[in-house]
Design a protein. Sequence first.
Length: 324
Amino acid sequence: MQPRNMSMSGVVDLAAVKAAQEAKAKAEQARAQAAREGGTGAISPADLVIDVDEAGFEREVLQRSAEVPVVIDFWAEWCEPCKQLSPVLERLAVEYNGRILLAKIDVDANQMLMQQFGIQGIPAVFAVVAGQALPLFQGAAGEAQIRQTLDQLVQVGEQRFGLTGLSVDPEAEPGGAPSAPERPAGPHDGLLEAAVQALDSGDLSGAVQAYKNVLTEDPGNEEATLGLAQAELLQRVQGVDPQRVRRDAADKPADVQAQIAAADLDLVGGHVEDAFGRLIETVQRTVGDDRDTVRMRLLELFEVVGPDDPRVIAARRALARALF
């Protein structure tokens, strides 16, 4: 399967968020199943370093990032600096004992992934946390710098996304990690896949309609609700002049539509807290229909990020204080 398009600026990626949410649920099921069968669900230290290709990217990186921050080492056999960096990363992955997972990607064999991450040179190190990609560093790096970066990554995973990491057992057999149970096909999977493909290809109108078709038959479908929220968000920012939007927001703090437009740009740019904070402040300054308009847009943005995200939970509390 072709890996999903992922923004390096931190933009919320529907496919990534959805996959991460599914992976979290599957991981919990797998751990429960292992416990029922008398196992621990732990993996061997050898399984903390894995080789990943394009076919396995979604399963091994995107989905696993719902449990643990996944560090990606882009390397090549001919790259001399890679031969110095990779052993350090591999040793630290084992030393961190399940708080990170190291995925090694050979750029010569996986050109598509290299292009999607926008890599201009190697070695390059990225991370995926709860389905969201972020660059860590490129080129040579000292061990002290790497440790500091990994410590920050683990902290972000724990505090923002509640990632508890992987359970590691030195006695476990390599390759013996429990596999998550397969989700049975649902009645709307065809329409949902068509909607995701439309998003990936930039057909936002087609994606919106496909998600609406699902919700017509199944109003409570969480994936379609999340997908529609993101597709409509991307439609709203398509073709806008970012500089003009931000200038209007700065010059017209009382203009509800100007603040809403700027919040949309904030979220698409990955500035989640800024988007939420902007609209909560606007709620505090407005009354009546204007206040309700801002509140409804904020709730839509909550849907894009996901109800379990700590930033959404915190913003909901702030919104309640602003309203009452």
